[in-house]
Design a protein around this ligand. Structure first.
Ligand code: 5AD
Ligand code: SF4
Length: 463
């Protein structure tokens, strides 16, 4: 951080000489979000809670009196990044001792008081179910100088009544359930996010409608395992149907699913409603039954492939993606080849691929981490390269086709280009058309070329 930038911290200096927080410019909150979409949705909830308590949300760290890092614990690397970030923030804290720094999210839940060592710059530690306590813990810190910690997990907290503060835009996140009861042996999430609980169906469907009225055109329903959603007698398929009816033109997506719970009813519901996107993310994790068993995934590859075949049969044009972990304990070359085989058989449009990272407390932690780093890296390269080829092949098949694309804004690489997404979640780049801002519009696009990551096309006409 440059010194010139630090000049902007002067207002915070004034808040050090009480009375504190005399106006909103001194109650500026900056949240930096790491990890999964759930964390991004949680940041909007945190902003909602803080906004209601008189805080202003800023996207400029140099304006803020409070900096929160919303953290992820899923792999060791994710936590390492946060420690690095805290080191950088140390400099800011040195310049301004009144700057408040908090760790929220999964790392807060996992490491608790361990984040508040003597030398640490961390003033606040809040787990994912404790965000309502943020304003009072901040007050207590400012008034009494007491650091704040709240890390209890809840069986009921869904933040149902909190109105999230979202950035204006085309696509929105909406979390519909929290927690995970699956306890896959490698995964820390059941420990950091606690037990499964769902929001009420009517509340979610009404929020989807409200989002449409506010100008959003694409919503992703979120949960660690949305297929476990339960509200009274209603399951996740019922929720999707209610949302599809509440906002018939809203594109509705969801993530993430567990193959064990993905029902035929869900597949048929997606096929029945046009606005339920023909896109399914279904983590396979490994192609080997032996490894799946060690991971406690509760399905075999045959079962997984039969779900995939049902999806392809019932939802024509569906696009598919997955998560894969490579180098799990005891994984052999044969196990690895089975993963490559599944990838070739399913032909995913995309995949998120990771090296296994042992996490304390999980069952797999005790199984050891016996695959050499070099082997893990080589296997990761194998699957990444295979997936790149498959994605490219599948994307090239779209050339010449016409798709409905919702334009989301200017392309990050050029202000002469716009980007949008197909129903199947593929990114499409088109040239800016005259001066008209097409953001939020649904247009027909003819695809002219494609690579493994992106489709490129031209707008035929608006819909
Ligand atoms: N190591 C590597 N990847 C992991 N994931 C979850 N836990 C671990 C871990 N310990 C991956 C899984 C999951 C995705 C969100 O992160 O593939 O589906
Ligand atoms: Fe982790 Fe498994 Fe739950 Fe997904 S389903 S969050 S991988 S324990």
């Amino acid at each position: 951080m440059k010194d010139t930038v630090l000049d902007k911290y002067i207002p915070i200096g004034t808040f050090a000489d009480s009375p504190q927080y005399t106006n909103n410019t001194e109650k500026k909150l900056y949240v930096e979000t790491y990890g999964c979409q759930m964390n991004f949705a949680d940041t909007e909830i945190v902003n909602g809670i803080m906004g209601k308590n008189g805080y202003d949300v800023t996207e400029n760290i140099d304006d803020s009196a409070i900096i929160l890092l919303n953290t992820c614990s899923i792999r060791e690397n994710a936590e390492y990044r946060i420690y690095q970030r805290l080191n950088e923030l140390k400099k800011l804290k040195k310049q301004n001792s009144k700057l408040i720094i908090g760790i929220i999210g999964c790392m807060a839940e996992r490491l608790k008081r361990g984040l508040m060592t003597k030398k640490s710059v961390v003033d606040l530690v809040l787990g994912p179910d404790e965000y309502r306590k943020l304003p009072s813990l901040i007050d207590n810190l400012v008034d009494n100088g007491e650091k704040g910690i709240a890390v209890r997990l809840s069986r009921v907290e869904t933040y149902e009544d909190v109105i999230p503060i979202r950035k204006e835009g085309v696509s929105a996140w909406l979390s519909v359930m929290r927690g995970c009861d699956k306890f896959c042996t490698y995964c820390v999430v059941p420990y950091t996010r606690g037990r499964e609980r769902s929001r009420e169906l009517e509340g979610v469907a009404n929020e989807v409608r409200k989002l449409w009225d506010e100008g959003f055109r694409d919503v992703t329903l979120l949960g660690q395992n949305v297929n476990s959603y339960q509200s009274g007698d209603n399951d996740f398929a019922d929720l999707l149907k209610a949302c599809a009816i509440a906002a018939p033109e809203m594109r509705i997506r969801f993530t993430t699913s567990h193959p064990h719970d993905l029902s035929m009813k869900l597949i048929e519901t997606i096929a029945e409603y046009d606005n339920l996107c023909n896109y399914i993310h279904l983590p396979v994790q490994s192609g080997s039954n032996r490894i799946l068993d060690l991971m406690k995934r509760e399905y075999t590859i045959d079962h997984y492939l039969s779900i995939m075949n049902n999806i392809k049969r019932i939802i024509p044009d569906v696009t598919l993606s997955t998560d894969i972990i490579t180098g799990f304990c005891t994984e052999t070359e044969d196990d690895h080849k089975m993963t490559l085989d599944v990838m070739r058989e399913v032909k995913y449009d995309g995949a998120y691929m990771f090296k296994y990272s042992p996490r304390e407390k999980t069952k797999a932690w005790d199984m050891g981490d016996d695959i050499d780093e070099e082997i893990k890296t080589r296997r990761l390269v194998d699957i990444v390269e295979l997936q790149r080829d498959i994605s490219e092949e599948k994307n090239k098949e779209t050339v010449g086709n016409i798709y409905d694309v919702v334009i989301e804004g200017l392309s990050k690489k050029s202000d002469k280009m716009l980007f949008g997404r197909t129903d199947g979640n593929k990114t499409v780049i088109v040239p800016v058309n005259g001066s008209a801002s097409m953001t939020g519009e649904k247009v027909k696009v003819k695809i002219n070329r494609a690579n493994s990551a992106t489709l490129f096309g031209e707008v035929i006409h608006s819909i």
